[in-house]
Design a protein around this ligand. Structure first.
Ligand code: FES
Length: 161
């Protein structure tokens, strides 16, 4: 079942520490996601083998919590805030512009693996609304044009590498 392409060593280190601890599944999944950027199926099977919890049950936990991803994310994670302040200041329209620009919807990744778009609730900087964050960098007072320019700056940066 397991795909040898996935390096399970870091996962084993997490499991050495947590596999036998009662109620540790969420911590295991969080740390697994920190390592791989998402929860690969091979990791789920491996966690199942080491903890004795069925893959279906682990998947149930992973899909219940919005924080877990089951697909790999792009190099740049665009988190567009859809919280109240950002919503009233037009984040829906910005989301549409970003989707049109990148050809992806919320939760999807561009084919070149560069960008993932994710709608999130309040990013904690409402005074700058509408806001998006890309790999931890905050961009405020957005409009569609500004968002596209920022995305293009990332594209240029990539092309220059
Ligand atoms: S609602 Fe968007 S940052 Fe608070």
């Amino acid at each position: 079942m397991e795909n040898s392409a996935l390096d399970l060593k870091p996962l084993d280190e997490i499991l050495d520490e947590l596999a036998d601890q009662y109620g540790s599944m969420i911590s295991i999944l969080q740390r697994t996601q920190e390592v791989y950027g998402y929860l690969p199926m091979d990791a789920i099977y491996h966690i199942s083998e080491r903890t004795g919890v069925s893959p279906a049950k682990i998947m149930g936990t992973a899909t219940f919590y919005a924080q877990f991803r089951l697909q790999p994310i792009g190099k740049y994670l665009i988190m567009l805030c859809k919280g109240t302040a950002c919503h009233v200041n037009g984040s829906d329209a910005i989301g549409d512009v970003i989707s049109g620009e990148l050809g992806i919807e919320n939760g999807e990744t561009t084919e070149d693996g560069l960008f993932t778009l994710e709608y999130v609730a309040c990013l904690g900087c409402c005074s700058l609304s509408p806001v998006m964050m890309i790999n931890g960098e905050t961009y405020g007072q957005l409009d569609g044009k500004k968002a596209v320019k920022i995305i293009n700056d990332y594209r240029k940066k990539e092309a220059a590498q």
